[in-house]
Design a protein around this ligand. Structure first.
Ligand SMILES: [Fe+2]
Ligand SMILES: [Fe+2]
Length: 253
C-alpha cells in the first residue's frame, strides 16, 4: 500500500496549500491512505469543526493532532464521534477522544513526546500496551514530539513492530527519511504545510519580538505563498514492512 503523510497544517495558508497541491500528489502516487496533522489548522491553534471538515473534504483520510488539540473547544465533543480525528494516545485515561483509528487499510496512531513538552504518560509504554491488542494491519504512527532524540528513540524502539514512525510538531522537515533495519519507515519530522516566509508558520515580527522581550506577544499565522511538506511511504501488504520512504517538498504556484 501507498501512504501519503503531511506534516502540521498551519492556518489558512496551510489549508490552501493542501487543497491546491494534494490532488496532483494523489494522482501521481495513488495513495491508499492520506494522513495529515491538523493541530494548527485553525488560525495556527487547534482544529475547529469547519477546518476539520474542510481538510477531510480535500481527501485526507485521518487527521492526527498533538499538544494544540484542546485549543478550539468546539472540536472536543467530535473527538468521540465518527469524525476521523485522533489525539495523542498517551494522554492520561479519561481524556476525550481516541489515540488511534482503524481505517480498514491501516491503523493510524497518534503519540506525543515528553521531552520539552507536557509531562503526560509514557509514549513508549503506551505503544507496548496498544500493539498486542491490534490485528495484523499496517500501523502508522504520528509521533508528535519536540526532541529529535526522543523521536529517533521511538523509531528504533518500534522498528519491526510498526510500518512507520513519522515525526511532527517542529514544523521543520528533516532530511533523515530512512527505512530502519526491521522495516519501519522513519523521519524525525515531516515538516509543515504553511507559509514559506515565516518562523515555523507564524509571523516573523511577532516571534522575534517574543525572543527580544520575553513577553507573550500574540502570534499570528504568516501570510503569503505556502509550502507543503509530506512523505510518501510504500508498505509491503503481506509483511507490513516499509519498502521505501521519500520526502516531498512542493510550493504553491
Ligand atoms: Fe504544530
Ligand atoms: Fe505541536
Amino acid at each position: 500500500m501507498i501512504v501519503i503523510a503531511i506534516g502540521d497544517i498551519i492556518g489558512r495558508p496551510g489549508r490552501r496549500a493542501v487543497a491546491e497541491l494534494l490532488p496532483a500528489l494523489k494522482k501521481q502516487y495513488q495513495p491508499d491512505l492520506v494522513v495529515a496533522n491538523g493541530e494548527n489548522a485553525a488560525g495556527g491553534f487547534g482544529l475547529s469543526l469547519d477546518t476539520a471538515n474542510e481538510l477531510l473534504d480535500t481527501g485526507i483520510n485521518v487527521l492526527t493532532s498533538g499538544n494544540h488539540i484542546w485549543a478550539q473547544r468546539e472540536i472536543i465533543p467530535y473527538l468521540d464521534s465518527e469524525m476521523s480525528i485522533v489525539r495523542p494516545l498517551n494522554y492520561p485515561p479519561g481524556v476525550p477522544g481516541r489515540g488511534y483509528i482503524d481505517t480498514g487499510a491501516a491503523v493510524v496512531v497518534n503519540l506525543m513526546g515528553r521531552t520539552f513538552m507536557a509531562d503526560i504518560d509514557c509514549p513508549f509504554r503506551a505503544m507496548d500496551a496498544l500493539l498486542p491488542t491490534l490485528d495484523s494491519r499496517p500501523v502508522i504512527v504520528d509521533f508528535h514530539a519536540e526532541a529529535t532524540s526522543e523521536k529517533m528513540a521511538m523509531g528504533r524502539y518500534l522498528d519491526g513492530r510498526v510500518s512507520a514512525v513519522l515525526g511532527t510538531h517542529t514544523h521543520v522537515a528533516t532530511a533523515d527519511t530512512q527505512v530502519l533495519p526491521g522495516g519501519t519507515a522513519y523521519v524525525s519530522d515531516i515538516g509543515m504545510a504553511g507559509p514559506v516566509n515565516s518562523i515555523i508558520g507564524d509571523d516573523n515580527r511577532a516571534v522575534i519580538q517574543r525572543f527580544l522581550t520575553g513577553m507573550p506577544v500574540r502570534l499570528t499565522v504568516a501570510k503569503g505563498r505556502a509550502m507543503l511538506n509530506a512523505v510518501v511511504i510504500e508498505i509491503d501488504d503481506e509483511s507490513g514492512r516499509a519498502v521505501s520512504i521519500k520526502r516531498i517538498y512542493e510550493e504553491e504556484a
